[in-house]
Design a protein. Sequence first.
Length: 341
Amino acid sequence: MDIATLNETARALVAEGKGILAADESSGTIKKRFDSIGVESTEENRRGYRDLLFTTEGAEEHISGVILFDETIRQSSSDGTPFPKLLESKGIVPGIKVDTGAKPLALADGETVTEGLDGLRERLAEYRGLGARFAKWRATYSIGDGKPSEYCVWVNAHALARYAALCQEAGLVPIVEPEVLQDGTHTIEESAKATGRVLQAVYTELHDQRVEYAGTLLKPNMVLSGYEASTRAGAREVADATLECFYKHVPAAVPGIVFLSGGQTDEDATAHLNEMNSLGPHPWQLSFSYGRALQAPALKAWGGSAENVEAAQRAYLHRARMNGLARSGAYSPEMEEAVAA
């Protein structure tokens, strides 16, 4: 393992003003997205949609890396260039989702464990050969009714660390994604407590399994009130609660934290990131690794029609630019109106 190279890649992924596009939707998830715009989820439609995103001129000024799905890393642009090579040519680092999904955790009603460790060493070697330079593994945890249980917290922490160790062995930067789901009526304090417990376990296991923090990135949830809560915390409260939690539990050796957007609106995800960065500097780069919050406007504008490609690319570029500004606390909601006008 060459930790210097891993650290260099990790730092490139959290370069100033940039973040990661998560384009690693599973077959089921991309079908739901396409269903919402009345487009059939065929391999060619999926390829065409990803091609639209990856060929957007200027996106590389705000996007440092792209997480691909197994199907996507094997596909090519309309001119025949393999997607990993296309991204590399723009200075964007290709990555790959390697877990096989969250499955019910035995003897733990309503909780999940993420699978995909079997054969992972061989798959990582193949993905590296296809051009990937980093990987991603997601674990999920619910809040409420005694959840997350200690059992769920530690089983998933152990699997995340096993995945991360295998990635570093293969020369890939592991993005460690423990997502405490924000569905429910919980308070922001309950969210902070659950997120802190999860992070503490994850970093204990990463340390015990000899993972070098400097060659990793963390992709966590923000600390939010439950989406169904009667009272929702504002941007400053979210920023304060999230930062307090992460200062307690995330080692300073980690180069960057690339937040997931979860079920936040596009603009909330940007505003919350902006608020946190406006309170910096912090020990780690605070960036983004958004899927839906970067893509939703583009998907809607595209609607499956070739004549809408340019409009879709403009919508994607706008969201990428807004999140790029949030990396330095330079975003303001008025910027959304200016572009819409």
